[in-house]
Design a protein around this ligand. Structure first.
Ligand SMILES: Cc1cc2nc3c(=O)[nH]c(=O)nc-3n(C[C@H](O)[C@H](O)[C@H](O)COP(=O)(O)OP(=O)(O)OC[C@H]3O[C@@H](n4cnc5c(N)ncnc54)[C@H](O)[C@@H]3O)c2cc1C
Length: 420
């Protein structure tokens, strides 16, 4: 590998040290390219970040390795559990949990709902909400679950074609150390400069210049991995401006919001919930919960979509209060009294992210491909979860897209060096 001399312009500058940036930098380093990763925040991992709750690992963002059979991070995972093998599911009906029979009925309705999506004609592209059943007993609950709680946006906001293209079936692994810890380990030894927010990227040639309050850095090419939320808000500007088609792709891929919260909790024989079980509430407004992962003294959950944005705007205390109320609705005041110290994440307000992960707006299913195309003769490439179709919105998609951007750049450079 070439040395990264701070006085010598690197061949490649990578903007952002999340999964995509780390994967790109690893691929470039393995090929002997000099590169520097400029990260705006004080840590690596981006939306994959493990902190602690009650002394135990707690992921603020990415939590599961989805589709583990094909996830590029599976080979690196240490101790873990396949969540699907231990996750009993519970549905709360307002005054009690669903019986086995009701649960079976609900799960059958889930299959019907998902089949309606999978089998709907994809032309013309339209919102997922237009093709799903609406009149069944469970349909509002299922729509809320698949929209706000899983995709971080209501189904009325999501492109059917993009939704169907995403394939996250397969095992969901929970790494014991936390997914953020795993990702941070994969960044070790890379030439990453923390607290180096890039505010402007010049790509008028011959190479690129990244600029920020810390100074500037010239490089041969750039791989930009910041979220589409950052790009759409002007958190990183370009000179010259990005072409209109690219701006349209960025706006076609907004970030939804999934706010994760965790509470330290002990006592009351753990509410009769075995470790790793999950619960959600009937209706179109409920949050979701996972109990006692790895036997830890904590519970965590999510609120997504429009409600998450509204709570985020009000501040973390509002999300905490709403989560406590949701828990009270299931377990009463006595159960809710178990909830102690809280961690409330802030992906919506954080200017380094501005949301959780992307969905394509109806009619914008081509945006991921558009955003992935090199610009300026290969001087500028975008990568990140927004740029991967099959694993969009996940660490797997981010990782594969970062690797792909680096490989494409390496291939083009090799072709120029050896025109034969
Ligand atoms: C609550 C939540 C739950 C999730 N659950 C899962 C899950 O279970 N499984 C899963 O696979 N995925 C999950 N995801 C999604 C997953 O975390 C992301 O898809 C993935 O981490 C995105 O990686 P990335 O490299 O594309 O972007 P990021 O992680 O956002 O990396 C971009 C980096 O750029 C930095 N940056 C921003 N602006 C600048 C700037 N101007 N200059 C320099 N640096 C800048 C940021 O600080 C960040 O580090 C979840 C996300 C959230 C928020």
């Amino acid at each position: 590998m070439r040395q990264n001399d701070p006085d010598v312009a690197p061949e490649v500058v990578v903007v952002g040290a999340g999964c995509a940036g780390i994967a790109a930098a690893r691929a470039l380093a393995a090929a002997g390219k000099s590169c520097v990763v400029l990260e705006g925040g004080p840590r690596v991992g981006g939306r994959a970040y493990t902190a602690t709750l009650g002394g135990a690992p707690f992921d603020h963002g990415a939590t599961w390795l989805h589709q583990a059979n094909e996830n590029p991070l599976t080979p690196f995972v240490g101790a873990h559990i396949d969540h699907d093998t231990v996750r009993g599911r519970h549905l709360h009906l307002g005054d009690r949990f669903a019986t086995r029979v009701e649960m079976a009925d609900y799960l059958r309705a889930c299959d019907v709902f998902e089949e309606a999506i999978a089998n709907a004609p994809q032309e013309p592209d339209r919102a997922v909400s237009e093709v799903v059943p609406k009149d069944g007993r469970w349909d509002a609950t299922i729509g809320h679950w698949l929209g706000a709680q899983i995709n971080a946006a209501e189904l009325s906001l999501i492109s059917l074609r993009d939704y169907v293209a995403v394939d996250l079936e397969g095992p969901n692994l929970l790494p014991r150390e936390g997914l953020g810890t795993l990702v941070a380990r994969l960044a070790e030894g890379l030439p990453i400069r923390l607290n180096h927010a890039v505010t402007r990227l010049r790509w008028d040639g011959p190479g690129v210049v990244a600029e920020g309050a810390w100074g500037s850095l010239r490089a041969g090419a750039a791989i930009v991995t910041v979220s589409t939320g950052v790009l759409a808000s002007g958190g990183l500007r370009f000179a010259p401006d990005l072409p209109p088609g690219v701006m349209e792709a960025i706006h076609g891929l907004p970030l939804g919001l999934l706010t994760k919260y965790g509470f330290r909790a002990t006592g009351h024989r753990r509410l009769g919930m075995p470790p790793f079980h999950s619960a959600r509430r009937e209706g179109a407004g409920g949050m979701s919960w996972i109990f006692w992962p790895f036997e830890r003294d904590h519970v965590f959950g999510f609120v997504g979509g429009a409600r998450a944005w509204e709570l985020s705007r009000q501040g973390p205390a509002a999300t905490e209060e709403a989560a406590r109320a949701d828990f009270t609705a299931m377990f009463g005041a006595q159960g809710a009294a178990l909830l102690g110290e809280a961690v409330i994440t802030d992906w919506g307000t954080n200017p380094l992210f501005r949301g959780s992960y992307t969905h394509a707006r109806p009619g914008h299913h081509e945006s991921r491909a558009v955003l992935s195309r090199p610009l300026g003769g290969g001087r500028l490439r975008f990568a990140g979860e927004a740029c991967h179709s099959r694993f969009a919105g996940t660490v797997a998609g981010a990782w594969l897209s970062g690797e792909a951007a680096a490989r494409d750049l390496l291939d083009k450079t090799a072709a120029v060096a050896d025109p034969s």
